[in-house]
Design a protein around this ligand. Structure first.
Ligand SMILES: [Zn+2]
Ligand SMILES: [Zn+2]
Ligand SMILES: [Zn+2]
Length: 176
């Protein structure tokens, strides 16, 4: 069961990232078609840009990238597209960084909105996504004991990814 809770692991440096992007787009197409929502070229492009890496991207970084391609792209253009992608469970907002990251596994979520636990590398910005019900249950139980009603649970944990910590099997940054 352990691995079932890992929606997005840390990726090795030399993985086939084009495949990650292609999969994210394919899932978005299927999901939008299923839900009768229009996956416009703009929404698709913004999703691709969010998926430019496994790290969070800020709205203004997205805007700069989009402006290079589309004249007249303005902040509302980006925010509307981001709202659409979030509303369909395709990306997450990392509040602590005021930035967005692609959902590691929108397929695994029958419901469109899910919280989850994000491990964020403070060095390279890579993000891993977990969805461990045991963590969520513990928080709910503790909150309930305090009479607190939980509305959403998104946990952002900062640290170092295996590559930056030098514990990755390949491509360790810190040579002995
Ligand atoms: Zn990738
Ligand atoms: Zn997710
Ligand atoms: Zn890192």
């Amino acid at each position: 069961m352990a691995d079932g809770n890992i929606l997005a692991p840390f990726q090795p440096k030399n993985h086939d990232h084009a495949k990650c992007v292609a999969e994210a787009i394919a899932i978005a197409e299927i999901r939008c078609a299923r839900d009768g929502r229009s996956f416009t070229p703009l929404r698709r492009r913004v999703l691709e840009l969010v998926w430019s890496s496994h790290g969070p991207v800020g709205a203004y970084g997205l805007l700069d990238a989009l402006r290079a391609e589309r004249r007249g792209a303005a902040p509302p253009t980006i925010y509307r597209a981001l709202d659409f992608l979030m509303g369909n469970g395709l990306i997450h907002r990392i509040e602590s960084l005021n930035a967005y990251v692609g959902c590691g596994s929108p397929d695994n979520h029958p419901e469109q909105h899910h919280g989850g636990q994000f491990l964020i590398c403070g060095d390279c910005g890579s993000v891993a996504e977990l969805d461990d019900p045991a963590i969520a249950r513990t928080i709910s139980t503790r909150a309930k004991a305090l009479g607190f009603h939980v509305e959403s649970q998104t946990i952002e944990v900062t640290g170092l990814c295996p590559r930056c910590a030098g514990t990755a099997e390949s491509g360790a940054r810190h040579a002995p």
